[in-house]
Design a protein around this ligand. Structure first.
Ligand SMILES: *[C@@H]1O[C@H](CO)[C@@H](O)[C@H](O)[C@H]1NC(C)=O
Ligand SMILES: *[C@@H]1O[C@H](CO)[C@@H](O)[C@H](O)[C@H]1NC(C)=O
Ligand SMILES: *[C@@H]1O[C@H](CO)[C@@H](O)[C@H](O)[C@H]1NC(C)=O
Ligand SMILES: *[C@@H]1O[C@H](CO)[C@@H](O)[C@H](O)[C@H]1NC(C)=O
Ligand SMILES: *[C@@H]1O[C@H](CO)[C@@H](O)[C@H](O)[C@H]1NC(C)=O
Ligand SMILES: CC(=O)N[C@H]1CO[C@H](CO)[C@@H](O)[C@@H]1O
Length: 649
């Protein structure tokens, strides 16, 4: 692949030995350069035929049909800057972008294009045969140009693994009798449960499943109808279930493999058509013990959070852990996004995220039951499916049909609108809420006061200069900069008790809401958790603006998105926020990087976050879930590709 690359002559001067970090970073650029992007530069040097051959190797970006796409232009612009600067001028974020492009490139090279390859990769990664029905799934994927990478489905196996430790018939029964269920029988999906007066999520999910129902076995998908995730099984219990699952993991000999699901008629008959009594485990419904304490019980015994009890007194302002260099970061910036979302490794999250301060409602079980939902904490045990908000056309979530103007027509602005959610904010604890912190950090008046008087804000303190050293920070103009570019505010202060907002009005005032379509004229859009996930991320990725994202919530799509390639990750403390914004706005190189991430994220989202991709995710998940609920599960599998038809040898 390297042979297609010619480096601009200006880059060869003053090179250091290849083992220097920046040289490695540049190597990654080279790889990314060839495989991700065909630049105008490449086009000028190679015949259409050669370009086509490169593109054939790297089909994930539709290079031939779309050679002038925004993502490709952005990449070549950014690369010109990077190759033009000296080693010392490379920013840590430049190195993160380089390594993210390289990693993504390696990942995409593993794409499968036919069922035999996909099945082989499945067996390799999962240690089992694919589930029956795998060939129809793959046929649909191919027919709809889906990018099939086994890694994209890791989440399914992580979520389902403990359920292999439960008894299959009981599991099937509990799934069937739950309060809200998407039910598939004889190739038809129907919604079950009373949703009068509630959000239309059950219908949205049923409609999605319907699209695959004719290829699905009988299966019940029990739905969590609350916003909050609900299962927090102790680490010891989950570990025991997973150990049982691992002990049973095997590849049955093809000739002994059962190729048809048992079906659920036996339960339907036994239960009788009228019997829907749900199995409800004991639900903890008060914030005592506090949610943090429930969550940390799901962390490994040797993880930093396990022994750190919930904070009892929230009256003091929170302190951010500035001296701390987490393994998920590199040079102060998030590198491993999964790690950055993990509360088990970050005891300080107990004091700086609404979920752990005072969640709006709690209804949590420490017993493992089958339950599907749109988001969860990494410590929760729900089975993830795409959030129902991603299935609506409601512009509040999707951003509507317009995705914003071209980068060059945007203003250098940072916009955020939302309500003061994240939990129940009160006089005694509001300064610990993450949305309040984000807004104070974006408030030019507040930040200027910090810079001028050394005062501290209610929710944060400036990260020390040693941690993030840049010109605006040194000369004390971060606040002034924010006053010029940031347009961020609550649309509702959601005070508690209602209407008594004295405790926050000195620090915040409300701003009128703004449709997403209008927000997209800005280059930067931070995305923060609410009471649970924000549900805006997909819309933001598909826009021409750049999402800046911190979260403690996991979603179905996490394995297919790369930080510093499809979006800009932030730490949950937001201590890196000002420095990240500075990187993107203080040089032409930074602006090119922002444009590159915004456009690559959009392009990638159009390829892997489509409705078809959500359908394929849920389809595969339901094949797997039906198998875990089947008493033949250890022998059940797709083996057609391994069985030599009689007479063919
Ligand atoms: C590259 O560096 C040269 C010399 O410093 C400068 O003249 C040129 O404008 C730079 N090009 C870009 C794209 O920054
Ligand atoms: C439910 O069905 C069973 C038989 O399957 C019947 O005996 C029972 O009376 C029914 N209960 C109600 C409430 O209809
Ligand atoms: C990223 O962090 C997660 C969670 O802490 C960890 O399991 C994973 O191995 C890390 N990945 C890399 C590449 O370090
Ligand atoms: C501080 O530095 C920034 C970035 O170089 C510059 O734009 C700004 O004018 C400077 N402000 C002061 C007060 O020196
Ligand atoms: C910004 O901070 C100032 C001072 O704390 C406050 O009066 C103002 O309401 C804040 N702006 C917004 C949009 O909340
Ligand atoms: C988790 C926690 O302690 N939250 C506190 C927030 O403040 C209120 C007082 O209004 C306490 O009751 C909560 O316990």
């Amino acid at each position: 692949m390297m042979i297609f690359f010619r480096k601009p002559s200006s880059a060869s001067a003053g090179r250091r030995a290849p083992e220097s970090f920046s040289a490695i970073a540049r190597f990654a650029f080279v790889a990314g350069f060839v495989s991700l992007i065909v630049t105008g530069f490449l086009f000028s040097q190679y015949s259409p035929d050669q370009v086509r051959r490169v593109a054939a190797k790297i089909p994930h970006l539709d290079l031939i049909s779309n050679p002038d796409s925004e993502a490709q232009q952005a990449a070549s612009e950014y690369e010109r800057f990077v190759f033009n600067v000296s080693d010392s001028e490379l920013h840590p974020i430049d190195r993160l972008i380089a390594s993210s492009r390289k990693a993504h490139n390696d990942l995409v090279a593993k794409r499968s294009f036919d069922v035999a390859t996909a099945a082989a990769k499945y067996r390799d990664r999962r240690g089992r045969h694919p589930p029956p029905g795998f060939e129809k799934w793959m046929e649909y994927a191919i027919g709809h140009d889906a990018i099939v990478l086994e890694d994209f489905f890791d989440r399914i196996y992580h979520d389902l693994n403990p359920f292999w430790g439960l008894e299959p018939n009981q599991l099937a029964d509990r799934a069937r009798t739950w309060h809200h269920v998407v039910r598939v029988r004889d190739g038809k999906a129907t919604p079950v449960g009373d949703v009068a007066g509630r959000v239309p999520w059950l219908k949205l999910w049923t409609d999605l499943v319907s699209e695959a129902a004719e290829y699905l076995p009988d299966v019940d998908m029990p739905i969590n109808y609350m916003d909050e995730s609900r299962l927090l099984v102790n680490w010891e219990d989950i570990t025991a279930l997973v150990a049982k699952a691992e002990a049973a993991r095997a590849m049955s000999p093809p000739e002994k493999t059962v190729r048809k699901y048992r079906g659920l008629a036996y339960i339907d008959t036994a239960r009788g058509a009228n019997e829907t009594k749900a199995y409800d485990p004991a639900w903890i419904t008060t914030n005592s013990p506090q949610y943090w304490d429930l969550s940390r019980a799901a962390c490994a015994p040797d993880s930093p959070s396990r022994q750190v009890a919930a904070l009892k007194d929230f009256s003091k302002s929170p302190s951010l852990p500035f001296g701390w260099r987490p393994a998920y970061s590199s040079e102060g910036y998030v590198k491993n996004y999964t790690g950055s979302a993990d509360p088990c490794s970050q005891p300080h999250l107990r004091s700086i995220h609404g979920t752990f301060i005072e969640p709006l409602s709690i209804s949590t079980s420490t017993e493992l039951i089958p339950l599907f939902g749109g988001c969860k904490l990494p410590t929760n045990n729900e089975i993830l499916i795409p959030g129902a908000m991603y299935l609506t056309d409601d512009p509040f979530y999707s951003g509507g049909d317009g995705h914003g103007p071209q980068w060059t027509e945007k203003k250098t602005g940072i916009i955020w609108r939302g309500v003061a959610s994240g939990g129940r904010n009160k006089k005694e604890n509001w300064s610990h809420f993450h949305r309040h912190r984000l807004l104070e950090m974006l408030n030019g008046t507040t930040v200027t006061a910090l810079e001028k008087d050394g005062a501290r804000a209610m929710t944060f303190d400036m990260a020390p200069l040693q941690a993030y050293d840049y010109e605006r920070r040194r000369n004390g103009s971060v606040g002034e900069f924010l006053s010029q570019v940031a347009d961020a505010g609550f649309t509702d202060l959601l005070c508690f008790p209602g209407g008594q907002c004295d405790y926050v009005t000195p620090h915040f005032h409300t701003l009128p809401s703004k449709p997403m379509a209008e927000q997209y004229v800005n280059k930067f859009i931070p995305d923060a958790d609410g009471n649970s996930f924000s549900a805006r991320f997909r819309g933001l990725l598909l826009s021409t603006s750049l999402p800046l994202k911190a979260t403690i919530y996991a979603e179905w799509h996490d394995d297919r998105l790369a930080p510093w390639l499809h979006f800009a990750p932030l730490d949950n403390t937001f201590q890196d926020l000002h420095a990240v914004l500075d990187y993107f706005t203080s040089s032409a190189k930074g602006d090119a990087a922002a444009r590159l991430l915004a456009s690559t994220g959009k392009r990638w989202g159009e390829q892997v976050l489509r409705r078809d991709d959500m359908l394929l995710y849920v389809w595969r998940l339901l094949l797997e879930f039906a198998r875990v609920c089947d008493e033949n599960r250890l022998k059940l599998g797709y083996v057609d590709d391994l069985i030599i038809p009689v007479g063919s040898h």
